[in-house]
Design a protein around this ligand. Sequence first.
Ligand code: PRP
Ligand code: URA
Length: 209
Amino acid sequence: MKNLHIIEHPLIKSKITQIRRKETATKMFKELVSEISSLMCYEITRDLEVEEIEIETPVQKTIGYHIKGDDLVLVPILRAGLGMIEGIQNLIPNAKTGHIGVYRDHDTLQPVEYLCKLPLLMENRNVIVLDPMLATGGSAVKAIDILKEHNVKSIRLACLVGCPEGVEFLHKHHPDVAIYLAAMDEKLNENGYIVPGLGDAGDRLFGTQ
Ligand code: PRP
Ligand code: URA
């Protein structure tokens, strides 16, 4: 499917398996989410712009490359997206961070926006939206609607676990947004949870279940 990247790698596969396990406790869950996000970052940023810079090695002058990271904004969808920040920021320290708070109403499964705090001058920014779960896709579509109101330059969506329903909904509303997943699961169950999934990502990250 166009604009869908499922990042296949043995390290990602085994770490995703560990976060799926119901006995994986909060500390380990948090560390694994961060590590998987770092590993995914390699693929998500493959076409990031670099600029040439002249540097000097101990031997001679040469041309090197510098990531134009300061036009990059990471936007976690609160709460669970927060768990993906550190792993990516470790690799791109000059990326800025904005926050969008959206929660899914438990009864209707509809997204409810409660916070939007973005860096200034979003017009020229390339954005990576972060959320571990792409279930119905409602939360991601809502967050991307908000970002488009700020006329950002480009948007990518990085999630750990997705499902066909969420991917389809996202593509229908935002066909221009590339989706990166570490795993594509089977389906949604009758409660709107991804199957087999990993449960409620926010609750598992913050120990609130
Ligand atoms: C979870 C998850 C996504 C959303 C996915 O958040 O982190 O944001 O559900 O579901 P959707 O694709 O059907 O919208 P939740 O609403 O549980 O909020 P939380 O992160 O604060 O726990
Ligand atoms: N949100 C989650 O955290 N998990 C799911 O399976 C679906 C939505």
